[in-house]
Design a protein around this ligand. Structure first.
Ligand code: FES
Ligand SMILES: [Fe+2]
Length: 462
């Protein structure tokens, strides 16, 4: 049984000291959105406290008692599948004097013991014991001593989200139409699922929104990722199609690549039309991964005509699916961002593996997953660093505080560039900034409201 508690703002702070209508316009936003520590603190409440935030993937905690640590905004969280199989998001914060109780990134534990003074908690969040209790005059069965937890935790096809906002819509409604590309991305894998494997962890000296702003940006690719494009195409000869992101070299706004804005800050870049629809086409367009040739040759020798479809599963699906505020799916990878401060952000690139319970891959699942891991060497290593350098460059540039505005008006007021469906989904050409403008409209809506943040605590069974 759980008990809800409303969270109170410390010292009854005024809701805001900022005029968000002054700071956020359709064509531009104020630099202080990226540099003001007070505004960042409000975001941790009004953005990360109000919406569904991605926390972890079910494949990271397959068995009861498995856990993984995460963050909800700045709040340290333990995502655990408890002793009875319920997925919970516990605050990683001792109810004694506030220390984190779990300092491992993942593992299996029926209980957590605080390293400071040894208070212990079951993985349901309930306090299980304190050292030398005779020194206390209180009743430790009071739920206030149990760990705080995120009141609403839900999964969408393996992706676990949590929200502190009792008034938030259901997770399915929050995701809305972004579920469609997410479903398509999952459905190309056997059984319609993937498992997370290991990760590439990075940190940059920039605001968390810089990463989100860039996640659907097709305008920068040809300039910022010049060396990656050159590397991907170094061995291309004759009639072989150009590889990787070469599409952006021509007139990208006239091509088949488009972006969509789905509402609630979610957006999508679809590059699939640049790949022919036949087995093997996706594998052919992959950039070179030295050392993979022998795997490919061995797979072709063993599988014959079935090899092409199997190799496609080792290739990166050319989509960017961005779920506000912190989840991105790119190729075979899942990128998660976590703010650290107004000017520092963690970002993690998870590799994903195929799970082949019905042997759709003719016994070759390990070879496919070995090849998939090698795709971490491409964009996550050679492309992401280009982006992080831009984010750090922007953060440095925005220190010039009297030069106030950041523009995002590419496509605005240009007739015929952008269409809106009957259901409100917006479609634009690949280098348009309409996804940014729409995301900041949603952001302004969040920042001008005050969510009723709540936490829960487990109550002892009678
Ligand atoms: S802070 Fe955890 S036991 Fe004291
Ligand atoms: Fe990029």
């Amino acid at each position: 049984m759980t008990q809800h508690e409303a969270a109170r703002r410390p010292n009854r702070l005024p809701t805001t000291q900022y005029d968000y209508d002054e700071l956020i316009h359709e064509d531009r936003v104020h630099q202080s959105l990226y540099t003001d520590p007070g505004l960042f603190r409000e975001e941790m409440r009004k953005v990360f406290g109000a919406v569904w935030v991605y926390l972890a993937h079910e494949s990271q905690i397959p068995k009861n008692n498995d856990f993984v640590t995460s963050k909800l905004g700045l709040r340290p969280i333990i995502v655990v599948r408890d002793n009875a199989g319920t997925i919970r998001a516990l605050y990683n914060r001792c109810t004694h004097r506030g220390a984190t109780i779990c300092r491992q990134p993942s593992g299996s534990a029926r209980s957590f013991s605080c390293p400071y003074h040894g208070w212990s908690y079951f993985n349901t969040g309930q306090l299980s014991g304190v050292p030398w209790p005779e020194g206390y005059g209180c009743d430790f069965s009071d739920p206030k001593y149990n760990l705080a937890q995120v009141p609403r935790v839900a999964s969408y096809r393996g992706f676990i989200f949590g929200t502190l906002n009792p008034d938030a819509p259901s997770l399915e409604n929050y995701l809305g139409p972004v579920r469609r590309p997410l479903d398509e991305w999952l459905d190309r894998h056997p059984g319609g699922k993937v498992a997370f494997c290991d990760a590439n962890r990075l940190k940059f000296r920039g605001n968390w929104k810089l990463l989100y702003d860039n996640s659907c940006d097709g305008y920068h690719v040809i300039f910022s990722h010049r060396s990656l494009l050159a590397m991907e195409n170094r061995l291309v000869a004759g009639n072989t199609p150009e590889k990787g992101m070469a599409f952006y070299k021509n007139s990208p706004d006239d091509g088949p690549v488009y972006l969509k804005y789905f509402g609630n800050g979610h957006h999508f870049k679809d590059k699939r039309a640049t790949v022919e629809k036949r087995p093997g086409a996706l594998w052919e367009i992959e950039g070179p991964h030295p050392g993979m040739e022998r795997y490919e040759a061995a797979l072709r020798a063993r599988l014959g005509e079935n090899a092409d479809a199997v190799l496609d599963l080792a290739s990166s699906e050319p989509v960017n699916i961005n779920v506000f505020p912190n989840l991105h799916i790119l190729g075979n990878h899942v990128q998660v961002s976590q703010p650290l401060s107004v000017s520092e952000t963690d970002t993690t690139w998870w590799g994903t593996a195929v799970v082949d319970e019905k042997d759709a891959l003719y016994g070759e699942v390990d070879a496919v997953n070995a090849l998939r891991m090698r795709t971490q060497e491409s964009f996550p290593n050679f492309g992401e660093v280009d982006d992080l350098m831009n984010f750090e460059g922007i953060q440095a540039g925005l220190a010039a505080e009297e030069d106030e505005w950041v523009y995002m008006h590419r496509g605005l007021d240009v007739p015929g560039r952008i269409t809106t469906d009957a259901d409100g989904v917006i479609t634009g050409p690949s280098t348009d900034e309409v996804f940014l403008r729409e995301t900041y409209k949603y952001y302004r809506q969040l920042m001008t409201a005050e969510p009723d943040i709540a936490i829960t605590r487990e109550v002892a069974h009678e």
